[in-house]
Design a protein around this ligand. Structure first.
Ligand code: NI
Length: 183
């Protein structure tokens, strides 16, 4: 199994080892609890990076993730969906809590300091970048560019597969089932 390089959305996948993507992290969840990879041991992880002010990619991605879990029946009990904010400045614990709850009770929101965020983004070979705001608009109305990838990680936190939200909930749920079955 190969893990693509996600450092750019349009990058050519590399054939480097799966062990290079993912791994441990230290972040804070939307209830204020400090969490690491171990906090979710025994569960497959679905990981998605984004920000709550995202106008399109994030809401679509999260709806697709939650929709695919809905289609998985009992298998969904073994999967923890995680949203990692790439915009900790605006995504306070309160903002994040309200946001993840709008996608149902299962979704966990994680945030960290700039340093903690850079570390987890690096481990997932993802990317994020604050975009500049047009001069006539308020400074705080900035958007973030970020990886649109949906990651599926094993119960020990290693990379298994990835999906694009464009594939839709049905196709992703089938792929999750097949990937887990094939391991
Ligand atoms: Ni987004």
């Amino acid at each position: 199994m190969t893990a693509p390089n996600f450092s750019r959305a349009d990058s050519t996948p590399q054939t480097s080892g799966a062990e290079l993507t993912g791994g441990d992290f230290k972040l804070t969840d939307h209830t204020g609890k400090i969490v690491t990879l171990k906090s979710y041991s025994g569960k497959y992880l679905i990981v998605f990076f984004g920000f709550t002010h995202c106008p399109g990619v994030c809401p679509l991605g999260l709806r697709t993730i939650m929709g695919s879990l809905n289609l998985l029946g009992n298998l969904a009990n073994e999967i923890q969906p995680i949203f990692i904010s790439v915009d900790p400045a605006r995504d306070t614990q309160e903002v994040l809590a309200k946001y993840v709850k709008s996608f149902g009770p299962l979704l966990v929101g994680l945030r960290g300091s700039e340093k903690e965020l850079a570390e987890v983004v690096g481990r997932y070979r993802a990317y994020y970048q604050k975009l500049s705001v047009p001069k006539d608009q308020p400074k705080e109305s900035y958007l973030m560019d970020h990886s649109p990838i949906i990651y599926l990680m094993s119960k020990s936190g290693t990379y298994m597969s990835y999906f694009s939200s464009n594939e839709g909930a049905k196709a992703i749920s089938e792929k999750i089932k097949l990937t887990i079955k094939a391991q």
